[in-house]
Design a binder for this molecule. Sequence first.
Ligand SMILES: Nc1nc2c(c(=O)[nH]1)N[C@H]1C(S)=C(S)[C@@H](COP(=O)(O)O)O[C@H]1N2
Ligand SMILES: [Mo]
Length: 230
Amino acid sequence: MARLITRRKLLLGLAASTALAGCDSRAASMFLSGMGRWNERVDRLLFSENRLAPEPPASELTPEAAFPSYFISDSMPFAPDNWALKVGGVIARPAVFTLEQLKRMPQTGMRIRHHCVEGWSAVAEWNGVQLREIARMVGASRDAQYVKFKSFDNGYYSTWDIESSMHPQTILAYGMNGRPLYPDHGAPLRLYSPVKLGYKMVKYLTEVNFLPTRTGGYWEDQGYDWYGGV
Ligand SMILES: Nc1nc2c(c(=O)[nH]1)N[C@H]1C(S)=C(S)[C@@H](COP(=O)(O)O)O[C@H]1N2
Ligand SMILES: [Mo]
């Protein structure tokens, strides 16, 4: 962290001195877009260390009635009877997993504070299977730099960087607060992680695709930050 701050200060210093030297605006905007990419890369380096995010204490759990619920469909989305998760992209073994199969895989659980950009936050305990476990099972290629998550909620989707996707606390969750996930929070399966903002936590999952190129997201396409880190 100390090094990150130092680099940011250095960049700010450079920007100021360039301005004093009277650079033209084209050079300045090239510089600024370059800085955006550089900062994203630094964030990625932090994640590659796989540092665990601290869990809030049980005393901070939000009463479930007070945990907001969001979906873009006009009414609550319900999974089709034949629901299964499709996993594809640049992987050795494309697969379709039923909920029962996912539940038989090693289970991970943790308390996470959710941060929605609309200004609320809430804490729950989530359990499910690590996405990195799925990646291992399907043989995700080194070319997989991004993961795209699709939903049956009116086409809601998002795309994540591979480092955050493979973080040990990034899970496909089928449980909330010790019981099955209900439709208001994304049943039968949703993405959850302490390293991303609320809009990156795709609910009502249908497909997970490991991709070599970056795609967008429902809110990201409307201007929300693509990386969406907490
Ligand atoms: N499929 C789907 N996933 C979604 C959304 C949505 O509208 N549809 N909203 C996002 C936003 S903005 C937030 S804050 C969280 C809210 O999760 P919750 O409804 O379980 O509180 O879900 C995210 N994932
Ligand atoms: Mo949100």
